[in-house]
Design a protein around this ligand. Structure first.
Ligand code: IPM
Ligand code: MN
Length: 358
């Protein structure tokens, strides 16, 4: 089979880590007899420098013509002073919206080999944890009405949050369906004690949960959830939440794994086309120095094989190759922890994962 993937390398370490994922995919293609076709498009600061726009029309069209999208990272100090709608980050929101990717999956799991890297106490993480955050990605305050106006204290800025039953239902369904394939527990996180959107969210989730009697359901207020995540992360399986709460909680969840350089993500819509990217950012401080950890992007490529192409065995082969390389002590600088080995670079880590696929 042929599979077409748009490559959005972006900024900072983006190009290096995308090259790593491509090398791994090419090895998988060779081994399993698939043809992966890659087409690069501009996004973020790189696109601003070339075209003046963070998300050129050609990029959107190119992604729509592919079966999936693999994204590196966008942004950097060079573009920090641009106005809001010209910033590299704007491209991310634009491409998510244009591709209808309303479901954002952000797994935060503790890799057994990296337990020592978690900032949480040993007794809290000793049993491990494996959380799947399902974040709503194309609605809420990120996309609501915003602007400036005259208020009680003079000029003020405002952003608004709106959620429809339809938007809540579709993200809720995604979460319950995913929970069915895991340990069947969903926690919906909101701020229903204050926000009207959260009250509608909660009411809708309750109604939906009746269609999933086999899945254990509970609600949690977002402030409590932030606390529970560091107090006892293993209590969570699937978390479903709004765009903004999901943004914040997924950073917290990824940090307690101690290995943000390892975490992948998938953004999905109604069809099979998805966008896959590491959770970490563009790390401009180490860009071009062969120091980046390519694993989050390589694992994102594995998610792409599983969710967009239906190639589960191939996805598992990549995940096993990563596990194997870690178990033999290979470490990039970010996941060194207290280990005594000397760190390897992005290219060497990639080469070892490709070799493990043999
Ligand atoms: C993320 C990022 C983005 C978001 C920014 C860069 C627009 O923080 O993917 O979590 O807030 O969604
Ligand atoms: Mn974020």
């Amino acid at each position: 089979m042929e599979y077409r993937t748009a490559l959005l390398k972006g900024d900072g370490i983006g190009p290096e880590i995308i090259d790593s994922a491509v090398a791994v995919l090419e090895k998988v293609g060779e081994k399993f007899g698939h043809r992966f076709i890659f087409t690069p498009y501009l996004i973020g600061g790189a696109a601003i420098d070339e075209t003046g726009e963070p998300l050129p029309e050609e990029t959107v069209k190119g992604c729509l013509a592919c079966d999936s999208v693999l994204l590196g990272a966008v942004g950097g100090p060079k573009w920090d002073d641009l106005p809001g709608n010209k910033r590299p980050e704007k491209a991310l929101l634009g491409i998510r919206y244009a591709l209808g990717l309303y479901t954002n999956l952000r797994p935060a799991k503790l890799f057994p080999a990296l337990k020592g890297a978690s900032p949480l106490r040993e007794d809290i993480v000793s049993a491990g944890f494996d959380i799947m955050i399902v974040r709503e990605l194309t609605g809420g305050i990120y996309f609501g009405e915003r602007g400036y106006r005259q208020g009680k204290f003079g000029e003020e800025a405002y952003d608004t949050e709106a959620y429809s039953v339809t938007e809540i239902e579709r993200i809720g369904k995604a979460a319950f369906e995913i929970a069915r394939k895991r340990s069947k527990r969903v926690t919906s996180i909101d701020k229903a004690n204050v926000l009207e959107t959260s009250r509608l969210w909660r009411k809708t989730m309750h109604r939906l949960s009746e269609q999933y009697p086999d899945v254990e359901y509970r609600d949690l207020l977002v402030d409590n959830a932030a606390m529970q995540l560091v107090r006892d992360p293993k209590q969570f399986d699937v978390i479903v939440t709004s765009n903004m709460f999901g943004d914040i909680l997924s950073d917290e969840a990824s940090q307690i794994t101690g290995s943000i350089g390892m975490l992948a993500s998938a953004s999905l819509g109604d069809g099979t086309r998805g966008m896959y990217e590491p959770i970490h950012g563009s790390a401009p401080d180490i860009a071009g120095q062969d120091k980046a950890n390519p694993i989050a992007t390589i694992l994102s490529a594995a998610m792409m094989l599983r969710y967009s192409f239906g190639l589960s065995a191939e996805a598992a082969a990549i995940e096993n190759a990563v596990d194997h390389v870690l178990s033999t002590g290979s470490r990039t600088a970010d996941i060194l922890g207290s280990s005594a080995v000397s760190p390897i670079g992005c290219r060497e880590m990639t080469a070892r994962i490709v070799a493990a696929l043999e």
